[in-house]
Ligand binder design. Structure first.
Ligand code: PAF
Length: 254
């Protein structure tokens, strides 16, 4: 696995890769777990080369505390990326990625304003801007996004279409624990006691109840509910427990 630390270095490597090779790209903010591993495994299966990026993108955090406490585990991440036979690990820094001081940004004016966008102002501007930058640097054949962040996946897919990008954007099934809780880097911030109580979130959210009933049950179980909302045949949720945020979504089948 080759570790690449600057955009310029990556762009030079990219130029040396023959057009006959396909590249599968998995962008992450690190603290890798089985969800990321499943994206990498799919990228590996469908492409000749894989690229993983780790960059905790400051512009997508609307809450400075969330940014400060975002879990970091670079040594573990490097070991895991190597074990998964990643070809290139891209680890850029803030100055390299934002030479413009974030004066240029990508704005979407519809889907990014509801659900996550409503509760996290500026979040999707940060996400779309970093994803576009990473796609322009790595120029992958395919890029892989977890469906836990379903709204992000659709926004990125639509952005790729809107800007005529050559990369195919692929959504991958959410990886869950035995209680159906989606794997997330933020789960590592819970104490053991909190984490046990947090298992009630998927139990209640995946129950066959109305959004109002789910909200009431979650509140009874000690969650602060930001939204439980049906949108385009999916049900979306965002809650907080002990100040730590969790999201989920599920297709509405009946
Ligand atoms: O889903 C994430 O981890 C991030 O939003 C992403 C896509 C890596 C952009 O920073």
């Amino acid at each position: 696995m080759q570790i690449v630390k600057t955009a310029e270095e990556f762009k030079a490597i990219r130029k040396s890769i023959a057009d006959t090779q396909s590249i599968g790209f998995v962008p992450t903010m690190g603290n890798l777990h089985d969800g990321h591993a499943s994206l990498l495994a799919k990228a590996k299966l469908e492409n000749t080369l894989t690229v993983l990026s780790i960059f905790i993108n400051p512009t997508q955090f609307n809450n400075p505390e969330d940014f400060k406490h975002y879990p970091k585990s670079l040594d573990h991440d490097i070991t895991l990326a190597e074990a998964l036979n990643t070809d290139y690990l891209f680890l850029p820094n803030n100055r390299d990625i934002y030479p413009d001081n974030y004066n240029y940004k990508i704005t979407e004016s519809e889907l990014s304003r509801i659900l996550e966008g409503k509760f996290r102002p500026g979040h999707f501007e940060g996400v779309l801007t970093i994803v576009l930058k990473l796609l322009l640097i790595t120029k992958p054949t395919r890029a892989y996004f977890g469906e836990k962040d379903y709204q992000q996946f659709i926004l990125v897919k639509n952005m790729a279409q809107a800007f005529f990008l050559d990369t195919q954007i692929i959504g991958c099934e959410t990886i869950r624990n035995e209680n159906k809780l989606p794997l997330s880097s933020r789960n590592n911030r819970f104490t053991a006691e909190q984490f046990e109580k947090v298992q009630n979130f998927p139990k209640i959210f995946h129950d066959n109840l109305s959004p109002e009933e789910i909200t009431a049950e979650l509140m009874k179980a000690g969650f602060e509910v930001e939204y439980i909302q049906d949108y385009h045949s999916r049900r979306f949720a965002a809650v907080k427990f002990g100040g730590i945020r969790l999201i989920d979504n599920v297709e509405i089948t009946s």
